[in-house]
Design a protein around this ligand. Structure first.
Ligand code: NAD
Ligand code: LMR
Length: 326
């Protein structure tokens, strides 16, 4: 049985996420599931309501639901921790504006996971700013291997794939090798130069360098803000879907020649990115929950310059929290 902790259990992302997990979407509808739901004290009645709805779905794979506001109890023995709970940004804010408030959450959560979760727990941080929150959790959960921590870039990958497919007028499945380098922020680098559309390099199919370097990159970088402006709330169902796909990426063998994007610990990376950052890289997995960074992807001057900018931003986020939260 897979024990899965989910924080932010009464938030909007998790309301979309839990029913996918309980249906079995993470592990190919094959593994029995126990859900350990965590949210702040005072939310128990609402968590109880969510648990009642889960029960009313009569999902065959869902064997147990625990709710609570004690991190140590909720994280005990978990194989997977999906850390979603954190404040979302509002209109006009950047994700980094949340850093000091949300960063604190990940000190206690990282520590509690290190103390009571399964020793090989995989941890996926969704709460923003997710890269630096992940760095905080990783630093405090030091008994867990550093490569077990991920910050979610899969929503950005999906956005970029969908936009390329729309522009080229091909099915979304035809777009592959979409790397999002760096930070899940407005400096992220959606690497169109190495993406492929139906087997060809994207710039050979869409022959419009100024669209790629301008509108394409900016649309992806600012998509989260565009959704907040339109909906009045940050993305939720698409974020939940991306969480499902992040886990599936790790537990499904990556097809040969393909990769997925995840923000992972930069220690020992093959692209010369400074160590001790949580950085979006192209990754592949054998389907056992582990991954490696795909090496030797050629980077042109334009992409390298953009990567330097997102790296600088992550370093400055780390500097902000270094004293109080690392
Ligand atoms: P929401 O406001 O609907 O829910 C927030 C949840 O976090 C609530 O359950 C709340 O109780 C909990 N929470 C708030 N403060 C907390 C604290 N101090 N400790 C523990 N839990 C706390 O928000 P949402 O729309 O579900 O978004 C959750 C987070 O996910 C936000 O930070 C949002 O920016 C982020 N997000 C990330 C991505 C991504 O791609 N990485 C995508 C979408 C949203
Ligand atoms: C997103 O990309 O939709 C989320 O990170 C929410 C946000 O603040 O943009």
């Amino acid at each position: 049985m897979k024990r899965i902790a989910v924080t932010g259990a009464t938030g909007q992302i998790v309301y979309s996420l839990l029913f996918r997990i309980a249906h079995g979407d993470l592990f190919n509808h094959s593994e029995p599931i126990a859900l350990h739901l965590y949210d702040l004290p005072g939310t128990e009645a609402m968590m109880e309501g969510v648990a009642m709805e889960l029960e009313d779905c009569a999902f065959p794979l869902l064997k147990e639901v625990r709710i609570g506001s004690d991190l140590h109890k909720q994280f005990e023995g978990v194989d997977l921790a999906l850390l979603v709970g954190a404040k979302p940004r509002g209109p006009g804010m950047e994700r980094a504006d949340l850093l000091m408030d949300n960063g604190k959450i990940f000190v206690d959560q990282g520590r509690a996971l290190g103390e009571v979760a399964s020793k090989d727990v995989k941890v996926i941080i969704v709460g923003n700013p997710c890269n630096t929150n992940c760095l905080i959790a990783m630093s405090h959960g030091s008994s867990i291997p550093r490569q077990n921590f991920h910050a979610m870039m899969r929503l950005d990958q999906n956005r970029a794939q969908a936009l390329l497919a729309k522009k080229a007028q091909v099915p979304v499945k035809g777009v592959k090798r979409m790397t999002i380098w760096g930070n899940h922020s407005a400096t992220q680098v959606p690497d169109f130069t190495n993406a492929t559309i139906e087997g060809k390099k994207a710039p050979e199919v869409i022959q419009d360098a100024s669209w790629f370097q301008g509108e394409f990159i900016e649309t992806i970088q600012k998509r989260g803000a565009a959704i907040i402006a339109a909906r009045g709330k940050s993305s939720a169902a698409s974020a939940a879907n991306a969480v499902v796909e992040t886990v599936r990426d790790l537990y499904t063998p990556t097809p040969k020649g393909e990769w997925f994007s995840s923000a992972v610990c930069s220690d020992g990376n093959p692209y010369g990115i400074e160590e001790n950052l949580i950085f979006g890289f192209p990754c592949r997995s054998e389907g056992d929950g582990n991954f490696e960074i795909v090496p030797d992807i050629p980077l042109d001057y334009f992409i390298k310059e953009k990567i330097a900018i997102t790296q600088k931003e992550l370093i400055s986020e780390r500097e902000c929290i270094q004293k109080e939260l690392l």
